[in-house]
Design a protein around this ligand. Structure first.
Ligand code: ADP
Length: 435
């Protein structure tokens, strides 16, 4: 069984973003959490996206994680490999984009790859090799203050040049404007000159299609989720994709409905408030969790009562900045976060074992804690609820029906996200049952 695309993503939400775009453009997609250690059911899958946690780890670690992911993909006969990173090219002078791309090229026996971080509809463009966020250069966009990967230089040829001993050059907008064949010739010429990495301008969406077509035969391509959105059309033209009417098809949803929220971002706070106008919910307070088990027990009992009627019910630690600061001042920031993540992970474990089948989780770190508490290693990607947040399904050991799971990072989603998520799931699976 051949996989058309195997992607290696340097973080979890980036992986979901890419997988979501692939499904929307017509590919059936599974996202794995880490390199798979067990067999996956891949009969009706076109793409696998392996989510690593390698964006901010030392370069040697990022390289060995990426090579392990590549070994798995090569074992599954993958046609094209895609190294996915952030649209703001998050990295430091020590890596990790350059070292990982070099290692993957070496292992694949390829001599050149392209770098396409841009996604014009999301305001990320590249012109003359310079990355813009909206109308600002990357280094004036706020990214210069990023706590882990401050981006002080918008010139990506220069940025990548500091991360690799190999030659870096540019495919400029004027080249792309002349079409895929001309771009392919330009890349070939650069390759003959010894250029291994080509930063690609992307000013408008159509540039992504030109690039995807120009590099369709490259063993390795790299970039953001925007390039991902342009790939399926090219694979279809090649005849590599079978025609499926609904690549985001999921199994019928079952079980009761629960929302767990550990995100304190502004969007999530609005979503919590909106949900509570209509549905029951209970707050978790890290200060009370620190005092002993009774606070946790109260939340568990409350959730169980409402889940007995099918839910949805919300358990949330989400709190405004003052309350978060107060908890952190007493407990320390890391410990407060751990207490919340542990409690929400445990609630997920207990309540899913008792019959929750539809679970929405808010918060990036919180999602990580819940997924790990549930020992989930793979997600089938379904249709999206809001931009960037798809419903997914994960097989559960000892249960026939999969768990329907939506993992939302902080700032994503409209105000009615929580309640609408369940409505979307209902219509989505109802349509499919009658299809
Ligand atoms: P986001 O995606 O919005 O950044 P995350 O889940 O990644 O959300 O991060 C939120 C962090 O805040 C988590 O570590 C969570 O445990 C912690 N947290 C949640 N509620 C509280 C609270 N009331 N007090 C202190 N920390 C909290």
């Amino acid at each position: 069984m051949t996989l058309v695309l195997g992607a290696i993503a340097d973080d979890f939400t980036g992986a979901t973003d890419l997988a979501n775009n692939l499904v929307r453009a017509g590919m059936r997609c599974v996202q794995t959490i880490g390199v798979p250690t067990t067999d996956l059911a891949l009969d009706d899958v076109d793409a696998v996206v392996i989510a690593l946690k390698s964006r901010s780890v030392p370069a040697t670690q990022a390289v060995s994680d990426a090579l392990a992911a590549l070994a798995w993909l090569q074992g599954h006969d993958v046609r094209q490999v895609f190294f996915k990173y952030c649209s703001t090219f998050d990295s430091t002078d020590a890596g990790n984009i350059g070292p990982v791309a070099d290692a993957l090229l070496g292992q694949l026996g390829a001599t050149q790859t392209v770098m396409v971080p841009a996604f014009p509809i999301n305001g990320r463009t590249v012109y003359q090799g310079h990355l813009f966020v909206g109308d600002r250069l990357l280094n004036e966009s706020g990214m210069q203050h990023h706590p882990l990967n401050p981006m002080m230089d918008a010139d990506l040829v220069r940025v990548l040049g500091r991360q690799t001993p190999h030659q870096v050059s540019l495919a400029a907008h004027a080249t792309l404007a002349r079409g895929a064949a001309h771009t392919r010739e330009h890349l070939k010429q650069l390759s003959a000159d010894g250029v291994r990495h080509v930063i690609c301008d992307t000013v408008e969406e159509s540039n992504l299609a030109v690039l995807a077509e120009a590099v369709i035969d490259y063993p390795l391509i790299t970039g953001g989720s925007g390039l991902g959105q342009a790939l399926p059309e090219q694979y279809r033209r090649k005849g590599w994709l079978s025609e499926v009417s609904d690549p985001g098809r999921l199994a019928p949803a079952s079980g009761s409905a629960l929302v767990l929220s550990g995100s304190c971002s502004r969007a999530t706070l609005g979503q919590v408030a909106h949900f509570l106008e209509q549905y029951p919910g209970i707050a978790l307070d890290p200060l009370k969790l620190a005092e002993g088990p009774s606070h946790f027990e109260t939340a568990l009992t409350f959730a169980r009562e409402h889940l007995a009627h099918g839910g949805p019910v919300l358990v949330y630690a989400s709190a405004d900045p003052e309350r978060v600061k107060a908890a952190q001042a007493t407990l320390g920031g890391a410990h407060a976060g751990e207490l919340v993540e542990q409690a929400l992970g445990q609630l997920a474990q207990i309540l899913v074992a008792e019959g929750v089948g539809q679970l929405v989780v808010a918060g990036g770190e919180t999602s990580g804690a819940v997924v790990s508490a549930l020992a989930i290693h793979q997600l089938r990607i379904g249709d999206q609820i809001d931009p960037g947040v798809p419903w997914t399904q994960a097989p559960l050991e000892g249960r026939d029906a999969p768990l329907s799971l939506a993992l939302k990072s902080g700032n994503f989603g409209g105000e009615d996200f929580f309640s609408r998520a369940f409505e979307v799931l209902k219509t989505l699976t109802k349509e499919q049952q009658t299809a």
